[in-house]
Write a protein that binds this ligand. Structure first.
Ligand code: PMP
Length: 423
């Protein structure tokens, strides 16, 4: 690829489209025009992963066809092009979440690795016997297990903030659990199982008042709502690219520079050092200290392109569109005989989790599939949430920016078929 193309891709500010036109943008996702079992695909599994627009797929292809070289290593032209694109994508992620500087953005494999990085590099040196880590009852397993394992190792205690029947954090219980023993508060911004949007800003302010750091699992919020990490005030924020219309295997950990500076490396090897002798190693500057080895270069570049795409649409308009769909979907599903919603928080993102009187969630998922409707049935990697409601599983329809009211209508018709089959 020529330097000309590279500089085109470095074009700094994505222009906001004049309008948010769902029918027009659906054409950006050819997979939405495919069929499943002879029926048009209705894709409602966006919380699991999102579909990719051609600009993202093209970025992957462009990289391999014309830009492929290792980053940060060579003085040759291609290596500089690849490095520019890779670092430009990092800058794009910074802008997307309004971090102060791009060295606060560390590339990871996804939210899971980002949360493990915080547990290892911040949690391990800072936790001791009797200390406490607070998480909520609605966490995804990837924001439970790193803390559970670490607490076991350190003799620290994992405390769980209870949730109410609607699926909201009980803030009085949070206040009660928070103390000077609390070293880390790790909460999900938007629950993948319930759709609840948590009051992260308030949680951060309260946690900081007792000297605790706050880790936010933003895997389900970043794709659906504007994120401003400085406004939230959190210390760490984890995201997964594949849930944001970008590739799999890439995500980011945002961390405040002062926190990152003071932390030990996560993994060690190439690229994360300034100098190595057998006696002593000096670690690299941020963010490279946390990026050992050859990274997922093309994934980072393509995630930057996905974020350009989202910024062009405007996350405020994405959020408004999905909220309208959520309200419509909630009303329509409540009209389905024998269907009960699981997760009815006042502040909710586009997740419709439910159970049906007559059919098991897996049977529901299978019948919906026969109608071309892709949903998720299971515990959604949030077994404690299921236990809270005395359930083994739910069926979950999760919305994305390309969904329409017509998609919800097909879902409702398919659910009527479930009732007919099981009557
Ligand atoms: N947190 C939440 C709330 C999630 O929904 C997910 C993915 N389902 C994750 C963390 C983990 O993301 P990943 O598997 O992409 O690392």
């Amino acid at each position: 690829m020529s330097a000309a193309l590279a500089s085109r891709k470095l074009n700094p500010v994505p222009e906001r489209l004049p309008v948010f036109d769902v029918e027009a943008l659906r054409k950006d996702f050819p997979i939405l025009s495919t069929s499943v079992h002879g029926k048009p695909l209705i894709y409602l599994d966006n919380a699991a992963t999102t579909q990719k627009p051609p600009v993202v797929i093209d970025a992957l292809r462009d990289y391999y066809e014309g830009q492929n070289a290792n980053v940060h290593r060579g003085v040759h032209h291609l290596s500089q092009v690849a490095t520019d694109l890779y670092e430009h994508a990092r800058e794009r992620m910074r802008a997307f979440i309004n971090a102060a500087v791009s060295c606060e953005i560390v590339w990871t494999r996804g939210a899971t690795e980002a949360l493990n990085l915080v547990a290892h590099s911040y949690g391990r040196p800072h936790l001791g016997p009797g200390d406490e880590v607070l998480i909520s009852h609605m966490e995804h397993h990837s924001n439970i297990l790193p803390w559970q394992l670490l607490c076991e190792e350190k003799g620290a205690h994992l405390r769980v903030i209870p949730i109410n029947d609607q699926g909201e954090i009980i803030m009085e219980e949070f206040d009660r659990l928070l103390s000077e023993r609390t070293k880390i508060v790790a909460v999900v911004h938007v629950s993948n199982a319930l759709g609840t949007i948590n009051p992260v800003k308030e949680i951060v302010a309260k946690a900081h008042a007792v000297g605790a750091v706050v880790v936010v699992d933003g895997a389900q919020s970043a794709p659906h709502t504007p994120i401003d990490v400085r406004d939230l005030g959190c210390d760490f924020f984890a995201m997964s690219g594949h849930k944001m219309y970008g590739p799999t295997g890439i995500g980011i950990l945002y961390g405040r520079a002062d926190k990152f500076e003071s932390m030990i490396p996560y993994q060690s090897g190439g690229d994360m050092i300034l100098s190595v002798t057998f006696e002593k190693t000096v670690f690299n500057y941020l963010p490279h200290k946390f990026e050992a080895g050859t990274p997922h270069i093309e994934g980072a570049i393509a995630l930057g392109v996905a974020v350009d795409y989202l910024m062009r649409l405007g996350m405020d308009r994405v959020a408004a569109h999905e909220h309208e769909l959520l309200e419509y979907g909630t009303k329509v599903l409540q009209g389905v005989d024998g269907l009960r919603m699981v997760g009815t928080a006042r502040e909710k993102a586009g997740v419709l989790s439910f159970v049906m009187d007559k059919a098991h969630p897996h049977d529901v998922g299978q019948i919906l599939d026969e109608h071309g409707v892709a949903v998720r049935s299971g515990h959604h990697c949030a077994q404690p949430v299921m236990q809270r409601y005395g359930l083994a599983a739910t069926t979950r329809a999760s919305l994305g920016l390309y969904n329409t009211k017509a998609d919800i209508d097909v879902l409702a018709t398919a659910l009527e078929d479930v009732n007919r089959i099981f009557s």
